[in-house]
Design a protein around this ligand. Structure first.
Ligand SMILES: Cc1cc2nc3c(=O)[nH]c(=O)nc-3n(C[C@H](O)[C@H](O)[C@H](O)COP(=O)(O)O)c2cc1C
Length: 391
């Protein structure tokens, strides 16, 4: 039976406390130049054209009365997850709201709180009566994200933040490939939660492998991995090369220097091994971590020197990739395994990588995880067979 009651104050607060809100601080400058503000959970977007936002202050609020006295312009500061102290301080009554709160001026001279996620300069467009609150509609004059990090959330009386189960990188050039990854995301999330390991999707675009989505069970690695670009150069991207067209495969091999014949032969053998097995894998955390570190560096440093070092680190990793024989009797540093996902008309559209745990695990355990990965990649391919690329 449904537990439904008429809305007295307690049940109203309790029920609505189950709806999570972000936390924003409305700011303005008093006539004497000092800042004033109010913490609100009722901030919301309203209209795109014209660009309107709203918040709902209590009619009895002294903070709201002080903001009104400042005139027709106000700022909206979207608080970051690490700004709970700022939130509480500005929610306090009295004159100490801005004690120890750092801020700087917006073009209109409004206070922008240092460290907030996003900021909007607004003019009051309308104040409407809304029961014991006012509904303030503001027109946005300028806006922007100043710190793209997790926002502060308020939920059932407590503060926290939201970490998506999976993240996807959005870039217009990747639109077609991302449509396929998006269809598979719930399946990828399932694998991440079943195994407790991070799972990422890699697409090949313009000579780079790009991590387009990551799912995990709550660790924070995905934020580092999504969006990362790695040169498509042996041994990295071997699963892509193994299942792509001859042109793609030749491109991959041509990335090696002309005189690196042995390396090229080894890379070709690697492709056969992958096609026989149906997946690729890497053992050795140190080598894997070196490539990741280089990837992070490249995100900050686009110099040709950084790229050259990145490419050399990749080439040095070839001993760890797709080793032909792994002893079933021993434990191994299982770094990652990768399996292909296909579309019936486009062939390989992306690969899925499962990242192994730190330390060593038994051969059986490693193979068990790889089996789950390969199965998931097949389920993704099945799901894609219903996706038409033109629609
Ligand atoms: C997370 C959070 C969200 C809040 N949201 C609102 C809101 O939407 N509207 C409102 O009137 N007060 C809200 N408040 C309360 C005000 O921030 C502030 O505490 C209250 O106005 C203090 O009373 P005073 O303005 O009379 O000094 C919120 C407080 C917190 C901590």
């Amino acid at each position: 039976m449904d537990n439904l009651y008429p809305p007295d104050e307690g049940i109203y607060r309790q029920t609505l406390g189950h709806y999570p809100t972000g936390v924003a601080v409305v700011t303005a400058r008093k006539a004497d130049g000092t800042p004033t503000g109010m913490t609100v959970g009722s901030f919301t977007s309203v209209s795109l054209d014209p660009p309107l936002i709203a918040f709902l202050p209590a009619k009895t609020s002294k903070s709201w009365a002080a903001l009104r006295e400042c005139g027709d312009t106000f700022g909206i500061n979207v608080l970051a997850a690490d700004q709970e102290v700022v939130c509480r301080r500005i929610a306090s009554s009295g004159d100490e709201k801005f004690k120890d709160v750092a801020w700087h001026e917006s073009p209109l001279g409004l206070p922008i709180l240092d460290g907030c996620v996003a900021y909007m300069e607004c003019t009051v467009s309308e104040v409407r009566d809304a029961g014991d609150h006012d509904l303030v509609l503001g027109e946005v004059v300028r806006m922007g994200v100043q710190r793209p990090t997790e926002s502060l959330l308020f939920f059932r009386g407590g503060y926290g933040s939201f970490r998506p189960r999976s993240l996807a990188v959005g870039s217009p050039q990747l639109f077609d490939q991302l449509r396929f990854v998006d269809v598979a995301r719930p399946i990828i999330e399932r694998l991440a939660s079943d195994t407790g390991h991070e799972v990422t999707a890699l697409v090949l675009h313009d000579g780079d492998l790009i991590t387009t989505a990551a799912a995990n069970d709550g660790s924070h690695m995905s934020r580092l991995r999504v969006g990362r670009q790695t040169p498509f150069l042996p041994p990295v991207g071997a699963v892509h090369a193994a299942y792509s067209s001859d042109t793609v495969r030749s491109y991959w091999l041509s990335q090696l220097p002309k005189d690196a014949e042995q390396e090229a032969q080894r890379a070709e053998r690697m492709l056969d091994t992958i096609r026989e097995r149906g997946y690729g894998y890497t053992v050795g955390h140190r080598v894997g971590a070196a490539i990741e570190t280089m990837g992070l560096r490249r995100a900050r440093d686009s110099s040709s020197e950084a790229l050259r070092e990145f490419r050399e680190t990749i080439r040095r990793a070839s001993d760890s990739y797709n080793i032909e024989f792994l002893s079933p009797q021993r434990e191994h540093e299982f770094h990652a395994a990768t399996a292909p996902v296909f579309h019936p008309r486009h062939g390989l559209v992306f690969t899925l990588t499962l990242w192994g745990p730190p330390g060593q695990i038994s051969y059986e355990s490693m193979m068990g995880k790889i089996e789950q990965l390969v199965h998931t990649a097949r389920v993704c391919s099945d799901a894609l067979s219903y996706v038409d690329s033109e629609s």
